[in-house]
Design a protein around this ligand. Structure first.
Ligand code: OXD
Ligand code: MN
Length: 591
């Protein structure tokens, strides 16, 4: 059958695994991706012919295409995502678990002969700069050209990865098939103990670009725990001050908190001479360097960002990044072959084609009488990182960038002040472990309901989160020159529900304070005061109204009770160090 195709592969481990997958899925054709421009042109042409991609206006948006997913398949499916470890306790109480054998039986049934009328694409890719010692190699097998073309943007893909792999058996195996895009036969299975990912029944990015959430977070977090490093759901940015000194920050936020916007922040006019450089907008892999500092690389090569709300005010750098060589998914197609979404710079087109491919006008109503949206709420752009005007010149540095501050964010209407600093590493870990967002009526679920999302990793931690917390505590013992840790909340509201902080570019004022604090050996100084919850800016240090810094002791004591509901899930596995941090906080609040 396919011997001639496999001749191009020397690696014996890869060869025998491919033979197994071919026997299972029986593809009609096999294509080993080399990552060349010719290959991109050929695959694009084929996807245009089948309608998998639609060509956009090539004068206005050169190299840009539109893809529409099945309407039943528009987001990550946390309920269908499993961590398949031999022992259930190793997946922990916050992950769905299935035994590896049961998971394989289930998925293999779906994969059997699934590619009979399809081409199997073999996508070798590197996560991280091609020559970084911290990079990892994956091979994704897929029956979707959309996946191949997205992987080409999001990773270093093709020959470069096979060359780096050589004859090693050290690569992550991933198999993806859209199968029949049936939600009842949709599974995203992770086997961290085997470095294996199986994804069936979906064509949506987060479920099928196996490099991203599956490898770079779930599998990598497991590897990081085993090998002594951190794989985190964090943006990485550099702040350049007027003297030209650049300080790097890694930051984790729950979803819908503007992570990509923060990663590409434009300084406010009140801060002349400052510049923000983007290193990554979603994922950070952090290792301890020889100098005892923490160094971060962005394992990705592009941005898979949410389109709605992206405009020249919220994120001018993202807008510039998506003008060429970008794949749009589930956005509105305008009559001139350009794209639109709710929260775009332009007003809504009078007539257009919505994300499902149907004729649409902004006056259309849903069955419940509400305005019908043209773009899917989770519609996306996939754009090369090198398109970004503020991409850091050293964003591909093999050794990564040294992190001076780690920032955890929450979305809290009350409770959390604009910013506060941890007293020490373990206190910072406690801050990460207690991250949360509150739902507002306009958003989702019950108003005020608190969703716990420790380290913004709840859906992405590939092992027991109690062990993840312990890993952070252990890392703290080994990092001799640690970054300082901060918590921010851009979303505090007044009694009438009005936001107290303008956000966006103004957030740089908060980062500037954090950077200045991280430079000091002693946190309390004329710029900081000690409070029960940690260090806060001295009055007047950050130009913000005092309500933003209020600490309501009663609310905080209630918060501790709510944290315990979450912590108790982990039973005895929960680290005592975090209980001690909580106890210390309680004492400070009541004394
Ligand atoms: C993402 C996510 O798509 O966190 O980055 O869901
Ligand atoms: Mn993310």
């Amino acid at each position: 059958m396919t011997n001639s195709v496999f001749d191009s592969i020397q690696n014996p481990y890869l060869k025998s695994w491919l033979a197994e997958v071919v026997a299972l899925t029986t593809p009609s054709k096999i294509h080993i991706c080399d990552g060349s421009e010719e290959e991109k042109a050929e695959l694009t042409k084929e996807a245009l012919a089948t309608g998998e991609l639609l060509e956009l206006n090539q004068e206005k948006l050169p190299g840009c295409y539109l893809h529409r997913t099945n309407p039943n398949d528009v987001a990550r499916v946390e309920n269908l995502t499993f961590i398949c470890t031999e022992k259930q306790e190793n997946a922990g109480p916050t992950n769905n678990w299935m035994s590896p054998q049961e998971a394989k039986d289930k998925v293999n049934e779906i994969l059997k002969n699934v590619m009979t009328d399809r081409t199997m694409y073999v996508v070798p890719y590197i996560m991280g700069p091609a020559n970084s010692p911290y990079s990892l190699i994956g091979i994704e097998i897929t029956d979707s050209i959309y996946v191949v073309l997205n992987m080409r943007i999001m990773t270093r893909m093709g020959k470069v990865a096979l060359d780096r792999l050589g004859n090693s058996d050290n690569f992550s195996k991933g198999i993806h098939s859209k199968a029949d895009v049936n939600p009842d036969r949709r599974f995203i299975m992770h086997f961290p103990e085997e470095n294996l990912i199986l994804s069936v029944g979906s064509g949506y990015g987060g479920n099928v670009l196996l490099s991203k959430k599956c490898l770079a977070l779930r599998i990598a977090s497991y590897l990081g725990n085993k090998e002594g490093w951190l794989a985190e759901h964090m943006l990485i940015l550099g702040v350049e001050d007027p003297q030209g000194k650049i300080t790097y920050i890694a930051a984790a936020f729950p979803s819908a908190c503007g992570k990509t916007n923060l990663a590409m922040l434009v300084p406010p006019s009140s801060m002349p001479g400052y510049k923000v450089w983007t290193v990554g907008d979603d994922i950070a892999w952090m290792h301890i360097g020889e100098d005892g500092r923490l160094y971060a690389i962005n394992p990705e090569n592009g941005f898979f960002g949410v389109a709605p709300g992206t405009n020249s005010k919220t994120n001018p750098n993202a807008v510039k990044s998506i003008q060429k060589d970008t794949i749009y998914t589930n956005v509105v197609l305008r009559n001139d072959g350009t794209v639109w979404w709710e929260g775009h710079d332009d007003t809504a087109p009078e007539t257009a084609i919505d994300w499902t491919g149907a004729a649409w006008t902004p006056n259309d109503k849903d069955t419940d009488g509400k305005p019908k949206k043209g773009a899917q709420a989770n519609s996306r752009f996939t754009a090369p990182a090198k398109n970004c005007p503020c991409i850091a010149p050293n964003w591909e540095a093999n050794e990564g960038v040294p992190i001076s501050a780690i920032v955890f964010g929450g979305r809290r209407a009350n409770l959390s002040p604009l910013v506060y600093e941890a007293r020490n590493w373990n206190h910072g870990v406690y801050m990460g472990a207690t991250m949360a967002s509150e739902r507002t009526a306009a958003q989702y679920g019950l108003q005020g309901e608190v969703r716990r999302d420790p380290f913004a990793m709840l859906p992405f931690c590939g092992y027991n989160m109690a062990d993840y917390f312990k890993h952070w505590i252990e890392m703290g013992k080994r990092i001799t020159n640690p970054p300082k840790i901060f918590h921010v909340n851009w979303f505090r509201q007044d009694k009438d529900g009005k936001f107290l902080w303008p956000g966006f570019g103004e957030n740089l004022k908060v980062l500037k304070w954090a950077i200045e604090q991280s430079d000091k050996s002693n946190s309390t100084s004329e710029t900081a005061i000690e409070t029960p919850i940690g260090f806060m800016p001295s009055p007047g240090t950050i130009d913000a109204i005092p309500e933003l810094f209020e600490v309501n002791r009663e609310e905080w004591l209630k918060e501790i009770e709510s944290q315990n509901e979450f912590f108790d899930k982990f039973g005895d596995a929960f680290p005592q160090e975090l209980k001690q941090e909580q106890e210390a906080l309680k004492q400070k609040l009541t004394s």
